[in-house]
Design a protein around this ligand. Structure first.
Ligand code: GAL
Length: 661
């Protein structure tokens, strides 16, 4: 397959927003800053096919030629992300419809129904033309299908979608009685006589059927994946040597697509990440996202397809990055497996809804701190490029799942305040602060060899996934399960006989009732920590109590338990512990399992290691603090090109990448 440049550096390039003379300056500036890859034509459909079946590629040909002669490689989009206005005018049935029946009109972007056969036909038509025209071009090293599939239009409730949903359900269940059983439709007079009666979970007078909601999410993820696969297959036919990707959104609260299902369909995993600028320590969530993306890539390198040089334009207040922050963020991604550092976008727009979004070339031009930092970043990536291709493997696994996420946050639950990623983030932060690396694993994934296995809020769990976690403990891992895990099967049916059904035997506990707390209520534990939000009426069935409640609804009841199991152990946190409680728990898990940090550091100094197949390794240090940091490591710092002589000094806010040994 064609190789894309590594480490890749660049971003989304939207030359159609600028006159031709700017394109010459663009290529010159790209060369000056070390840009070697740009993503082209993401939102160009309206210019490439200005009316149905009438194509105009001339302007794009010119840009491709300019980039090629400048030595810049191209990640060519199929340009199908956002249909042109004529599509909606001519085929209004392609427009997406919300849960409450409102049409989403053109004028923004991505106004199409994922199940629309018209959208499918017209987008594949354009994709084919793109493949034919650019598939053999030397500059095109990667295909980029659509853009952030599922952003803005993941769920469509229109009649076309309803029919597609019914077809999907027929394939899943075969006959309607199996659907009735899976959805539990004897409840509330919901029983269906035929598939024709079934609808997407449109706005209803009371809670929608939870399994219908879950299946609709599965269907919606599959529909968009189908669009991806259809375009990918056209490209594979026309341009077999060029790998195909699409940019995922593993970040923050974005949860629409089940990327465990998507990951095996792309030739290279790529991800977009934007910092939550309101969180002064948003870089911890960045690391979480990057590690999860590496999990999707099977521990191998992946591409950071988009992040921002500075502020975005879509948060409540859009905070500019501080000096050095862009470099630190970029290196965090590389430390965690990215072989590409790309931005949205190359040149900040002059018009349109994203004109206040930062770019690599700001409105103010090149006599700016931001541009100087872009040039510096290009230089650093050059100096550390030998890390490309190296993967990472850690001793701690965290089991995460989109289906459990969807399930855990359904309405009609014991509390609306339970957030699926809450415990995942808290545990991750404690490990991040200790310099302990984490790998993200799918629920039925391979846990062999992990010394600690974390299972936060894995609400929906299949028998296979429960068995995989059990086996990990049996074979010697220290497993931690947190509250509201293992509660239901894949149909959202409660596993009976005491919670948490799927893990009861493993954990050696029996829970007779959930006991969520009142807003603001806290309970004290006998180890001096506290819990809020969630407690459980738990009995020991083989496990020992590690900590119990002193007060609240269940004084004397175990809150944290440990059960020796096989060659390992299974711990349970039945409540939402405060940060001290999580810290203490993590220390005990690490001590019990013998897991140690990548290298010891102090708070706010991030460390991560990449290791090549031949055993060479690189230690990344990102100092997020205002004080210099010193780290014990032998090797050569590629950023400063100096030997470390056993002790590396990383300046306040600085970065280092040490070839170890
Ligand atoms: C992404 C999108 C880009 C751009 C960016 C702004 O979601 O893929 O096209 O809009 O956000 O932050």
């Amino acid at each position: 397959m064609t190789a894309w440049p590594r480490l890749a550096f660049g971003g989304d390039y939207n030359p159609e927003q600028w006159p031709a003379e700017v394109h010459d300056e663009d290529v010159a500036l790209m060369r000056e800053s070390g840009v070697n890859l740009v993503t082209l034509a993401v939102f160009s459909w309206a210019l490439l096919e200005p009316s149905e079946g009438h194509y105009e590629f001339g302007w794009l040909d010119e840009v491709v030629t300019k980039l090629h002669s400048g030595g810049i490689s191209i990640d060519m989009a199929t340009a199908t992300a956002s249909p042109p206005p004529w599509l909606a005018r001519r085929y209004p049935e392609t427009l997406p419809v919300t849960e409450d029946g409102r049409t989403m009109w053109p004028g923004g972007r991505q106004a199409f129904c994922p199940s629309s056969p018209v959208y499918r036909e017209r987008s594949l038509g354009l994709c084919r033309r793109m493949g034919e025209r650019y598939g053999g071009h030397d500059a095109v090293v990667l295909w980029h299908v659509g853009n952030e599939l599922g952003n803005h239009n993941a769920w469509c409730y229109c009649d076309v979608s309803a029919a597609a949903f019914r077809r999907w359900l027929e394939r899943r269940y075969g006959d309607v009685d199996r659907l009735n059983d899976a959805w539990g439709t004897n409840f509330w007079s919901q029983r269906y006589a035929t598939f024709d009666e079934v609808l997407p979970p449109r706005l209803a007078p009371n809670f929608a059927n939870p399994t219908q909601q879950l299946d609709f999410r599965r269907f919606s993820s599959d529909e968009l994946l189908d669009n991806f696969v259809a375009e990918r297959d056209v490209l594979r036919e026309l341009s077999p040597a060029v790998p195909v990707t699409t940019n995922f959104m593993v970040m923050g609260h974005v949860r629409e697509m089940d990327y465990w299902r998507w990951a095996s369909e792309v030739d290279v995993v790529s991800n977009d990440h934007y910092l939550n600028a309101h969180d002064p320590e948003g870089y911890v969530e960045l690391a979480f996202s990057a590690d999860w993306t590496r999990g999707l890539a099977g521990g191998q390198p992946w591409m950071l397809m988009e992040h921002s040089t500075s502020a975005v334009n879509w948060q409540h207040r859009n905070i500019a990055k501080r000096p050095g922050e862009m470099l630190r963020n970029s290196l965090q991604h590389v430390a965690r497996g990215a072989d590409a550092v790309l931005f949205f976008q190359w040149r900040a727009s002059r018009a349109g809804a994203e004109k206040y979004h930062s770019g690599m070339v700001p409105h103010a031009g090149t006599d700016t701190r931001l541009w100087r930092e872009v040039v510096e970043l290009g230089d650093v990536l050059q100096r550390i490029r030998e890390v490309a291709g190296a993967g990472a493997r850690n001793d701690v696994a965290m089991v995460v799942d989109w289906q459990a996420w969807w399930g855990a946050e359904l309405d009609s639950h014991p509390t609306q305040d339970l957030v699926y990623l809450d415990q995942a983030h808290t545990l991750y932060r404690a490990l991040w602060e200790r310099g302990v690396g984490v790998d993200f694993v799918r629920p039925d994934g391979d846990l062999t060899g992990y010394r600690v296995v974390l299972v936060p809020t894995l609400y929906t769990v299949t028998d296979a996934a429960a068995e995989s976690v059990r086996r990990a403990a049996e074979e010697g891992a220290t497993v931690l399960v947190t509250y509201f895990s293992g509660i239901v099967d894949e149909h959202d049916h409660v596993r009976l006989g005491g919670y948490p059904g799927a893990f009861r035997e493993l954990l050696g506990v029996f829970v007779e009732e959930f006991a969520p707390l009142r807003t603001e209520e806290k309970v004290r534990l006998d180890d001096g920590t506290t819990a809020d939000l969630w407690t459980e009426h738990l009995h020991l069935r083989g496990a020992e109590a590690v900590a119990s409640y002193l007060d609240g609804p269940l004084p004397g009841t175990p809150a944290v338990t440990r059960h020796g199991y096989g060659r390992g152990a299974a711990w349970y946190a039945a409540c939402r512990l405060d940060d001290d409680g999580v810290s203490a728990l993590v220390d005990r898990l690490l001590a019990e399992s013998g897991v140690v940090p990548v290298v010891p550091t102090r708070g706010g100094v991030e460390v991560a290691r990449r290791t090549a197949a031949d055993g060479r390794s690189w230690l990344f240090v990102v100092n997020h603090t205002a004080e210099p940091a010193s780290v014990a490591v032998d090797g050569h710092d590629l950023v400063t090109d100096r030997p470390t002589d056993g002790a590396l000094e990383v300046p306040a806010g600085g970065v280092a990448v040490v070839r170890e040994g």
